[in-house]
Design a protein around this ligand. Structure first.
Ligand code: NAD
Length: 537
């Protein structure tokens, strides 16, 4: 008789054939051959002799590919090539850099569906979100094309006759982009677009579990660079685990580190870069709240909370993790929300009807279970979910599926881990309030400060929410959920989310080296503030 393990093994082997056909269709659409080990380093040439990274499909557990990461020597070479590439690229006029970005935008848009599918396959997000993520990169590339003609400095009035003062942006150097697994392409896209427009070379260190996405995107970008006679190392790639990340962060050859990931790792990265006086941009964890007032349009608010908490299986930095309901509408709101939760079925993220894909890793299932255990131990009522999915039909039985959970802890004790830590899974904690001020205090009372959302029709509440006594998060929404930002505005969070700003707004100003240049056109050389310093005086 076959053991349970060997039965599982058999069914996996069986599904492997099915999925492999599917996976290979997606990979071949992107000209990636998974028959052999893949080179995970690009610096003008593809290479890779470091440790093997396995790309595992979170939906089925199947190994999709094996990637050779960067050895220490290859990282060094990549850094050197990036520097050389920067020294050339900084001389290319900004609008010409914009034209390169326009071509990159076109090339990525042409592969939008295939890249979106790859993201579903490797990261596990549903396909509409995968395609949406590529669209986000297309959008930021559009934005950066325009920016390439508008990265303006300033002329400042000088107090001295015959003088002018200019604030001048120049290219910065080599920008390393360290990215998280949950937005395996968009975070890189935000950084790449602004950094290239600014005249820098970027070196990408993606999450070790989403190497295929990074290889696919780098292939597309590098082809455009090469077709334009530019060094591919303008947009280099070094796949690898923590050791590669640490070496990149420590390197004096990296002028700016743009890091997206957990608070714990961000804290280390921030210290290391600061200790060598490099530039650092941190986009870290969120612990985002939605507040529902009694005058809110409940049907809109319920749908937004549903998407915020369950979308991407709770694996967005902006996922809704805390829900504060006004006492008057709490029962009705929860009843409507539970109905939506009851409609959710786990599925293959590549299927168009699936709303709930898997968690990205097995380890994440453990994090989910620990969070639910802690909620139970501290007396929380679990309204729905609270368990792993068992007995799913093949091929989903090899996947990391967990039930979206709504929990009502006994109190809103912000010192307790259930409220103050980011659990990167679909777990929503609910608290009931009587006054908006109380809800704002709860919103602000956690270490993180990424996204926040208030639902109300009362303009007085809106004023309070967006003003000095309102939300202290970087994203402060009204009648819009915590998730799903547009590229035109600056994106980022405050407090332990790291204070970084990426994408739109003034974010580009971080990717340049600013100089204040005072020019004297006159025949005299007066000192500022009327200071006299002459031996003849
Ligand atoms: P993570 O912190 O585990 O890893 C992020 C990156 O850091 C990876 O590339 C990893 O290989 C690398 N790394 C790990 N240890 C390192 C070290 N010591 N030195 C240098 N690099 C190191 O994060 P994750 O699990 O991939 O992503 C999930 C986290 O990212 C969540 O906390 C989420 O909220 C956050 N996130 C934030 C944003 C944002 O914009 N604020 C966006 C996406 C994700």
């Amino acid at each position: 008789m076959l053991s349970r393990t060997s039965l599982r093994g058999l069914s996996r082997a069986h599904l492997r054939c099915n999925l492999s056909t599917r996976a290979s269709a997606i990979l071949s659409a992107l000209e990636i051959s998974a028959d052999t080990e893949l080179a995970g380093v690009y610096h003008g040439e593809w290479t890779g002799t470091g440790d093997i990274l396995e790309s595992v499909c979170p939906t089925t557990g199947e190994v999709l590919a094996r990637v050779r990461s960067a050895s220490p020597q290859e990282l060094q070479t990549a850094l050197e090539k990036s520097r050389e590439a920067y020294e050339l690229f900084r001389l290319v006029p900004a609008p010409r850099r914009g034209e390169i970005l326009r071509q990159i935008r076109e090339a990525l848009a042409a592969k939008r569906e295939a890249l979106g599918a790859l993201m579903s396959l490797e990261m596990g997000k549903i396909k509409t979100e995968g395609v949406g993520e590529i669209q986000e990169v297309v959008d930021i590339a559009d934005y950066a094309v325009g920016l390439s003609r508008m990265m303006n400095g300033r002329v400042v009035a000088s107090e001295r006759p015959g003088h002018s003062i200019y604030e001048v942006p120049n290219p910065l150097g080599v920008v390393a982009v360290l990215s998280a697994f949950n937005f395996p392409v968009a975070v890189y896209g935000w950084n790449l677009a602004l950094s290239l427009a600014a005249g820098n070379a970027t070196l990408w260190k993606p999450s070790p579990s989403t190497s295929l996405c990074s290889i696919a995107v780098t292939k597309i970008v590098s082809q455009v660079l090469e077709q334009n006679g530019l060094p591919g190392a303008i947009a280099g790639l070094v796949t690898g685990a923590k050791d590669v990340g640490e070496a990149v962060v420590e390197s004096q050859d990296v002028d700016m580190v743009s890091f997206t990931g957990s608070e714990a790792v961000g804290r280390q990265v921030g210290k290391v870069v600061q200790s060598r006086f490099g530039k650092v941009l941190l986009e870290l964890g969120g612990n985002n709240a939605s507040i529902i007032m009694p005058d809110a349009d409940l049907s809109l608010a319920v749908s937004a909370v549903f998407f915020g908490a369950v979308g991407t299986a709770g694996q967005r930095c902006t996922s809704t993790r805390r829900l504060y309901l006004h006492r008057d509408i709490a029962p009705e709101f929860l009843s409507q929300l539970q109905s939506l939760y009851a409609s959710v079925r786990p599925g293959d993220p590549l299927e168009p009807t699936t709303l709930l894909g898997p968690l990205h890793t097995r380890a994440a299932m453990g994090v989910y279970s620990s969070a639910v255990d802690r909620l139970r131990k501290t007396g929380a009522e679990i309204l729905t979910g609270g368990a792993l999915y068992e007995g799913l039909a093949s091929p989903l039985d090899g996947g990391n599926f967990v039930m979206p959970t709504i929990a009502v802890p006994k109190t809103v004790d912000l010192a307790d881990a259930v409220w103050k830590t980011e659990t990167f899974a679909p777990v929503l904690c609910v608290g009931v309030f009587d006054e908006l001020e109380q809800a704002i205090k709860w919103n602000n009372g956690v270490p993180q400060g990424l996204s926040s959302s208030l639902w109300t029709r009362d303009i007085r509440n809106v004023g309070k929410w967006i003003g000095p006594v309102g939300s202290d998060a970087g994203i402060v929404n009204v009648n819009v959920g915590t998730s799903g930002a547009e590229i035109g505005a600056a994106f980022g969070g405050n407090k332990s989310t790291g204070w970084g700003r990426e994408s739109g707004g003034d974010a580009w100003k971080q990717y340049v080296r600013w100089s204040t240049c005072t020019i004297n056109y006159s025949d005299k050389a007066p000192l500022a503030q009327g200071v006299q310093f002459s031996s003849a005086a």
